[in-house]
Design a protein around this ligand. Structure first.
Ligand code: ADP
Ligand code: MG
Length: 386
């Protein structure tokens, strides 16, 4: 729907109060490299994708908030003074969480209407939830003329997901959705929360995302297990090395190898993945800055092998997608997101794009019986008013 049509729909849904209004967008993201490094104080490098949530917003003269989800065709209403988790309309909690965090800053809000629609596939690891939080934060702060910088807004959106929705996510998704820029990836240091834009523009290449359509089933229990193993590794190294080690971020690959025989096999493999993945992220930054796409592609393949063999968070379908990509001789491919389903991210020469898409679709279907969804995207812009 174009902007005018959206506003027409907004007018039909809500009474026009002739008060401050605006239109906003926030994108989903794909993590290019740096998987399972965030909770180890390490590095990640996502980019914003050209899929987003679009939101229209207008102030009301009372203390009511009304949200209309176009995609679910649901209209809900709450009171600013009494926001409680909504078991029925789960999507509304992402918006309420943002309001709650803004109110916690001591801001006195007035009522407003929000209407939104998105084209980010939900629950596939492309972070539709962060996009929804960030676009809501941008809409509300802009309508109320609340001054808040990009980092603060991203952190506020993260708190909304942690506290109100109850999902303990890291900072990556909200950071990239808010701070991403066209033709750039974002290198984020998950220890300091510092970030750096990394140029990612090469007209000969395209980022292609393949959705395995496998639901990320095992994630929670396996995720907790991996975190325990990482902590075990940290304790082990901290006791034996003479440098301060508070996270796997502080460990060198040499050290991991030195203790290979003394470590439990799984703990060794998890540590090896995290430590080597951090190195790959930093090497990827250099590769992109020097426009060395071949090198970046090799690092992507290496990341996948490490996730599949050492961290053991891939699954049959993701491995098939990466193997098929390698058969197409594209520059790079890897699973992206927490694993056990979700998507792969691929670096493909533009000249080979059509053939790549057609072959992957056909062969993946042949091997798994599943129709993969495929999205082509360049690094897009972060959240903005439009
Ligand atoms: P992901 O962030 O990986 O896409 P999550 O489970 O974290 O998956 O977030 C998905 C949830 O976000 C959906 O179940 C829904 O509640 C909400 N959401 C995302 N996009 C939309 C949308 N376009 N309309 C309504 N709710 C949405
Ligand atoms: Mg999410």
């Amino acid at each position: 729907m174009n902007k005018q049509k959206l506003w027409d729909k907004f007018g039909q849904t809500f009474r026009d109060f002739d008060l401050e209004s605006g239109a906003y967008k926030a994108p989903g993201r794909v993590n290019l490299i740096g998987e399972h490094t965030d909770y180890n104080d390490g590095f990640v490098m996502p980019m914003a994708i050209e899929k987003e949530i679009t939101m229209l917003a207008q102030l009301r003269p009372d203390r009511k908030v009304k949200f209309y989800s176009l995609d679910y065709d649901q209209l809900v209403e709450y009171d600013l003074d009494n926001l409680e988790y909504d078991e029925e309309n789960v999507w509304a909690n992402y918006l309420m969480g943002v309001i709650d965090e803004i109110q916690k800053l001591g801001e006195r809000l007035q009522g407003f209407n929000l209407m939104f629609t998105g084209n980010i596939p939900q629950g596939s690891g492309l972070s539709s939830s962060a996009a929804l939080e960030v676009v809501t934060a941008m809409a509300i702060t802009d309508l109320h003329k609340i001054k808040i910088d990009g980092v603060e807004m991203a952190l506020l959106a993260q708190r909304a997901e942690n506290n109100f929705v109850g999902v303990q996510c890291g900072i990556m998704d909200q950071y990239i959705s808010r701070l991403g820029q066209k033709d750039h990836a974002l290198l984020i240091d998950c220890r300091t929360n510092d970030y750096e834009l990394v140029p990612f523009k090469n007209d000969n290449y395209q980022i292609v995302i393949c959705n395995s359509k496998v639901e990320r089933g095992l994630v929670d229990s396996e995720y907790n297990q991996r975190r325990r193993e990482c902590n075990q590794a940290v304790e082990f190294f901290a006791e034996r090395e003479n440098v301060e080690i508070t996270a796997l971020r502080d460990v060198e690959l040499e050290t991991v190898e030195k203790y290979k025989d003394q470590l439990e096999e799984n703990v060794y493999k998890r540590a090896k993945h995290v430590v080597s993945e951090n190195e790959r992220v930093l090497a990827s930054q250099i590769a992109l800055e020097t426009d060395d796409m071949q090198k970046f592609g090799e690092l992507m393949y290496a990341s996948h092998r490490s996730l599949s063999e050492d961290y053991e968070v891939s699954c049959k379908e993701l491995d098939i997608l990466v193997d098929l990509a390698a058969e197409e001789k594209i520059e790079g491919a890897r699973m992206t997101g927490a694993g056990f389903g979700g998507c792969t991210v691929n670096l493909v020469k533009k000249d080979n794009l059509d053939q790549f898409v057609a072959n992957i679709k056909e062969k993946y279907k042949e091997k798994t019986g599943i129709d993969a969804d495929i999205y082509v995207s360049n690094p897009g812009d972060g959240a903005h008013k439009f």
